[in-house]
Write a protein that binds this ligand. Structure first.
Ligand SMILES: CC(C)(COP(=O)(O)OP(=O)(O)OC[C@H]1O[C@@H](n2cnc3c(N)ncnc32)[C@H](O)[C@@H]1OP(=O)(O)O)[C@@H](O)C(=O)NCCC(=O)NCCSC(=O)Cc1ccccc1
Length: 212
């Protein structure tokens, strides 16, 4: 059994970045979003803390218990609530910075993203990698909505125009530049109020059936 809950045999990719993910907003129960928020707060606190040796000892013991409990209920990526709870910010996926989508159609997506201490790059500004991550995920959504297919990033260019602050609701807007067969050329901006923090352009390629 791997960390994904799949057996070693199942780990061989059977092909297809699946569109038939078993979306079910009941998985993890009604408090799953609260659980994700608590984990996010924990990651912020870890990033900010200067723990004593004794506190580190206690944390290791507490985490070992939690890791055992969660390890016992690990399942495959297609069914785990993390990433499939579309009722929650960023689909309940702690890998992503938390965002909430206010508009999503074949022309583009509008969302609010909020970075916190966990996403710190330096001097109170967000890490550029997390800004790219937010763009990649929301542009992946844009590619999928515009094509009706699963897409993968072929390239993503990010231009950092001004400091991206933590603890502010930032607006991300994505759009389609042009579509050429399987190629979907997309653009995105991230604003703090009226100020442009970052912008991106990318190519997302619609996958062929069975393509990984
Ligand atoms: C699938 C593909 C991107 C393309 O391969 P194939 O299917 O074999 O197709 P082919 O190579 O024939 O190209 C088709 C057309 O495209 C063109 N073109 C291609 N590349 C470039 C380029 N760089 N630059 C410019 N053009 C390029 C190419 O010339 C051709 O043009 P043509 O038709 O002659 O005019 C493959 O390279 C791959 O898997 N890469 C790794 C992707 C990966 O791991 N990404 C990260 C993880 S995904 C993620 O995180 C996002 C996400 C987030 C959330 C939710 C969902 C998603």
């Amino acid at each position: 059994m791997s960390e994904t809950g799949a057996t070693t045999q199942d780990d061989a990719h059977e092909g297809g970045f699946r569109t038939d993910m078993a979306i079910n907003t009941d998985r993890g129960g009604p408090r799953y979003g609260e659980f994700v928020d608590a984990v996010r707060l924990f990651m912020d606190r870890v990033r900010a803390a200067e723990p004593s040796e004794e506190l580190v000892d206690r944390m290791i013991a507490s985490l070992a218990l939690m890791n055992d409990e969660l390890g016992a209920v690990a399942i495959d990526e297609w069914n785990a609530p993390s990433g499939t709870r579309i009722d929650l910010p960023a689909r309940g996926n702690i890998t992503l910075p938390p965002y909430e989508v206010s508009k999503a159609d074949e022309t583009g997506v509008e969302a609010t993203v909020r970075f916190s201490r966990f996403h710190l790059g330096g001097n109170n500004a967000a890490h550029g990698g997390y800004i790219g991550l937010a763009f990649d995920d929301l542009l992946g959504m844009t590619g999928a909505l515009s094509s009706g297919k699963v897409t993968r990033t072929a390239y993503l260019t990010v231009n950092y125009r001004s400091i991206t602050p933590l603890y502010r609701d930032l607006t991300v807007r994505t759009g389609i530049d042009r579509i050429d067969g399987r190629k979907i050329f997309v653009t995105a901006t991230m604003h703090d109020g009226d100020r442009l923090c970052a912008e991106a352009d990318g190519l997302f390629v619609a996958l062929k059936p069975g393509q990984p």
